[in-house]
Design a protein around this ligand. Structure first.
Ligand code: NAP
Length: 154
């Protein structure tokens, strides 16, 4: 499983019902990574971003959400069921947030695709702290508005 996220330098990932920045090239990169693959979302993040993912399989973790009746989209009532369902698709599984899902799926991840958005941002949802010594950075790209890094588990 690959965690994929964009965050501020203070690890903020969200503000209310969205992200505090607008960086279309970073969001386009996210969409291109997950195209044709499988995305695991918490219910709140699905409600924010799900409509943008047209050709990915989506597995939503929720104790409250009814099945949306959308092809390729399923709801699982707990994380273990969701991970099993996501892996059963046979596609690359991206854990795409939010904060509750990053926290719970980090132990299952072999890689993290993390964009750090330049500038100061405030919000109310954060990417979890992690021990940098457990990961090595295998790719680093400096874009005008963000720095993209791939972290692979040692
Ligand atoms: N910058 C980024 O890359 C990025 C990516 C994604 C999200 N975000 C931001 O993150 C924020 C949302 O994150 P969040 O942490 O508040 O919400 P979230 O993780 O998207 O969704 C939380 C919901 O997921 C369900 N859930 C979580 N763990 C579960 C479990 N073990 N079993 C069953 N259901 C479970 C629950 O749904 P029910 O209440 O329905 O039971 C819970 O209320 C937003 O601000 C969004 O913009 C940012």
């Amino acid at each position: 499983m690959i965690l994929i996220s964009a965050m501020g330098s203070n690890r903020v990932i969200g503000s209310g019902a969205g992200m505090p920045w607008s960086v279309p090239e970073e969001y386009a990169q996210f969409l291109s990574f997950v195209r044709g693959q499988t995305v695991l979302f918490g219910r709140k993040s699905y409600e924010i971003f799900g409509a943008d993912l047209e050709d990915a399989r989506i597995v939503i973790v929720s104790r409250s959400m009814p099945d949306p009746g959308r092809p390729g989209v399923q709801v699982c009532g707990d994380l273990e069921q969701a991970i099993t369902a996501a892996r059963a698709t046979g596609r690359t599984v991206y854990s795409a947030g939010g904060a509750t899902i990053y926290q719970q799926t980090m132990p299952h991840a072999e890689a993290m695709y993390l964009s750090t958005i330049k500038g100061d941002w405030s919000g109310d949802a954060y990417f979890p702290e992690f021990d940098e010594s457990e990961w090595r950075v295998t790719r680093e790209e400096d874009h005008p508005a963000f720095v993209f890094r791939i972290h692979e588990r040692r």
